[in-house]
Structure formats: C-alpha cells, structure tokens
Design a protein around this ligand. Structure first.
Ligand code: NAD
Length: 427
C-alpha cells in the first residue's frame, strides 16, 4: 500500500516549482520500472529535512538571521552527497528538488552515494568576508549533527567555493574534536582537496558534449556554443570548448549577455568577468538582450546557471541542435516535450553535469586513504566513468526510443530501488 505524496505537508503546491518538476520526472519513468515501481513512493519524499535558523553578528554589531536547509533525499546507496547553495531565492522546495536530483545523478553514474543538498537563503554579495565566514561557521554548526564523512558530505554549488568548504571543514572538525577532511569536498588542495575538482563539472560537460557530437555527427571541433552561466561550471566548460576548436559565440551571466559570431575570446573574458558588471562590462563581443540569447542559431546550447530557465514557451524559440544541461533542472517537463517534438537532443543534468560529483567522490576516496592522485589520473578516471555511464544511458534511449532523461532515470531509479529492496524495510 502506498500513500500519495500530495499529502506531504512540507511539499510545495506551486505548479512548476523545482520539486514539482522532479515529481513529474519520476512519474514519467514509472512505466519503465517493472515491479520496482511499487516501491517508488520512497523517491517521492525526502528521507530527512533540517531547517535551521542561522543568526550572525554583523560587522556593525547588529544581529541578522538567515534560514538554512540541509535535505537528505535518499540514503539507500550510501552517505548523502550534494552541494551547498547561497542565494536569496533558496527555499525548501528548491533544496528538496536539488537533493532528489543528486540521488538520481549519483545512481545514474553509479557513485556509492545517496542524494542531499543544502543552502542558505542569503545574497552573499551583501556580506563582508568576515560575515560570510560567520554565516558559514554557524550554518555548519547547526547542521553538524547530520553531516560527516560517512553520513553526508557537502560540496560547493551556486555562490559557494573552496574557501567556504575550508571553513565548513574547520568548523565540523572543531565540533567533533579532530580534523575530518572528508566531511566536505571541493576543498583547497592544502586541506585534502583533489586536483581537478574545481574544473571537474565543466570538464564533464565537455566530455559529454564531445560524446554526443560523435554520436550525432556534430563534432565539437568547429561547432558553435552558447553558454548561460560563467561560474564554477560555465567558465571551465567555455575554456575547454574554446581550447578544443569550438566557437563559443555567446555567454550570459546574471548581469548580461555578450555575443561574437566568430567566437568570443574566452581567456580574455575569464580575466575580465569577475569585475563588477560581469561579462557585459568586459568590452568583449557585442551586448545582446537576454531573450535574444535563447534564440541564437547554435549547435550546442549549455544552460549552466539556474533551474527552470527553459519552459515550453522558450523551448519553442530555441534554435540549438543540442542542449547540454550544465545546470541542475534548467528544463521543465513541458519544455522537454517541445524540444523532443522539434528534434532537439537534450542531454540531462544528471549525466551532463555529473563530472563535479564524480571528482568529489575521488576527493573523498583520496581523503580516506590519505593518498593523492595526479591530475592525469583524475581526468582519466573521470572520463572513463562518465563516458561509460553515458554510453549505457544512450543505448537504453536508443533501444527503447526514449529521451535521454527518461533513460538516465531508468538506470538511476532501478539502482536506488533495488538497493532499497535488498536492504529491506527497518524494523
Ligand atoms: P556559480 O555561482 O559559480 O555561477 C553561476 C553563474 O550563473 C554565474 O556566472 C552567474 O552570474 C550566472 N547566473 C546566475 N543567475 C543567472 C540568471 N538568472 N541569468 C543568467 N545567468 C545567471 O554556480 P555554479 O556552481 O557554476 O552552478 C551553476 C549551476 O550548475 C547550478 O544549477 C548548479 O546547481 C549546477 N551544478 C554545479 C556544480 C558545481 O560543481 N559547482 C556541479 C553540478 C551542477
């Protein structure tokens, strides 16, 4: 017997919310799961949700309060794994969806992790460095009881970076009384980080685009590429595309969009983009408006910023041949249908941006063994794991005439539900 998830008191009722998008993606995979579908209710609800108040003292001596979250969606296959986001729009619905997508991603790539995610509802640009450190340390202390190297391992996400991971690692270590490097990944190298981690998600986007191009005969070399987002994911991806003979014709960040038909000078843009005003203030390329970005004729379109960027209406106007999801959840199910109807291949987030969590897994393994690998070894193993996982997803999509997203969800849901079946129900 199952009880319907609509009864979840903490789930958002908002149509189109990220959690609703995730639930719809699960509904779409159900007919392909055979008897395992009976246990699917476990995927329709998070295992554990922690909401915390994060009070800090501001530099001018006032008290400020922020809301923080850590959601562990599913732990059937191992400890929780997923990033920490600092953004003014962070909320429970979004963090639940991001945690669930981590469950799917980790299983699709066969990493021995469950899915988790966290965040603080804050615009970090309004904080000084000291305030950011106090916020990070207090947030870490508040979620301390549910994280740990064998419980749940955070990592960077939107607006968080290796310095924030260093503060999290230090705070957790102080609370437990010993240095625990493996509690977070995406750390600085000096604290047990892995070479290649900060470029790993972009590296993975590049490998997956290259593999897609090989299969669809749209080689990345010589292809035109438009990328939304020029951060942890978008920037290294752009650099790799440009270094491998592609023309990166458009980049959009939160401040604006730049375009150059012959290809933007990506190294110069990378040097300029951190200044106030982002890519639009770089003086490179031509400035175009935000909607025009989505309508550019391009071989590859890579959304690598935020979720819910491409709905059915926008999907009607997209003129790309292939969409590679660098961000988590950028495409709604309605948009998936429109894009499929228009013959545009969508490579889903759960494989396209899995390079980051794969190298996070390597970092965690290296921390446990206190033995560190070379960059060549990291990249070789990353390529082997991602390309192998993608090949399997591609073949299922081809044989069953399904979208790559549904094929990836089949692989992932089978692994999670099978683990759950073998473990049995406690007590
Ligand atoms: P980031 O903070 O490093 O960069 C985000 C980029 O997106 C910035 O350039 C920002 O200006 C831009 N941006 C933000 N809002 C925008 C908007 N409304 N319109 C246009 N541009 C906007 O974040 P990130 O770590 O690169 O993460 C980006 C996406 O990739 C997120 O969906 C994240 O969950 C996902 N992701 C990140 C990682 C990782 O390793 N960091 C791994 C997998 C998936």
């Amino acid at each position: 017997m199952t009880t319907p998830s609509a009864g979840l008191s903490f789930a958002s009722a908002q149509p189109g919310s990220p959690w609703r998008v995730y639930l719809e993606q699960i509904e779409r995979v159900l007919p392909h799961l055979g008897p395992l579908a009976e246990a699917v209710e476990t995927l329709r609800r998070p295992k554990r949700v922690l909401i915390v108040d994060v009070p800090i003292e501001t530099d001018d001596g006032r008290m400020a309060h922020f809301e923080g979250y850590r959601v562990q969606h599913n732990l059937s296959r191992g400890p929780g794994k997923g990033g920490i986001r600092y953004h003014p729009d962070v909320g429970l619905d979004e963090v639940m969806a991001l945690a669930a997508w981590m469950t799917i991603k980790n299983a699709a790539v066969n990493l021995p992790f469950g899915g988790a995610k966290g965040g603080v509802r804050v615009d970090p640009r309004t904080l000084s460095l000291k305030e950011l450190e106090r916020l990070t340390r207090r947030f870490t202390s508040e979620i301390n009881m549910i994280i740990g190297p064998d419980k749940d391992i955070p990592a960077p996400d939107v607006n968080t970076n290796e310095q924030i991971m260093a503060w999290m690692m230090d705070t957790y270590s102080m609370n437990v009384g010993h240095t625990a490097t493996g509690v977070v990944t995406g750390k600085p190298l000096a604290l047990g980080g892995s070479v290649g981690r900060n470029r790993a998600t972009g590296q993975g986007v590049f490998f997956i685009a290259r593999e897609t191009g090989r299969r669809l005969r749209i080689p990345v070399e010589g292809a035109s590429i438009a990328i939304q987002g020029f951060g942890n994911v978008g920037r290294p991806a752009a650099e790799l595309f440009a270094a491998n003979g592609a023309r990166v014709t458009a980049i959009q960040d939160v401040y604006g969009t730049v375009y150059a038909e012959q290809g933007l000078d990506i190294p110069a843009l990378a040097r300029a983009a951190d200044a106030p005003g982002g890519v639009a203030a770089s003086g490179l390329g031509e400035r175009i408006d935000a909607q025009a970005f989505w309508e550019l004729p391009t071989d590859y379109l890579v959304p690598a910023a935020m979720e819910n960027q491409i709905d059915a209406r926008r999907a009607e106007r997209i003129r790309a041949r292939v969409l590679i999801e660098g961000a988590n959840g950028p495409t709604t199910p309605g948009a998936d249908d429109v894009l499929a109807g228009r013959g545009i291949t969508v490579v889903p987030d759960v494989i396209a941006n899995a390079g980051g969590v794969t190298v996070s897994y390597f970092e965690w393994v290296q921390d446990f063994s206190s033995f560190f690998w070379s960059e060549d070894e990291v990249n070789r193993r990353l390529e082997q794991i991602l390309v192998g996982a993608y090949g399997r997803i591609w073949d299922i999509a081809q044989h069953k005439h399904l979208s790559l997203r549904t094929a990836a969800y089949i692989v992932a849901c089978e692994r999670v539900l099978d683990a759950r079946r073998i473990r049995g129900l406690y007590p």
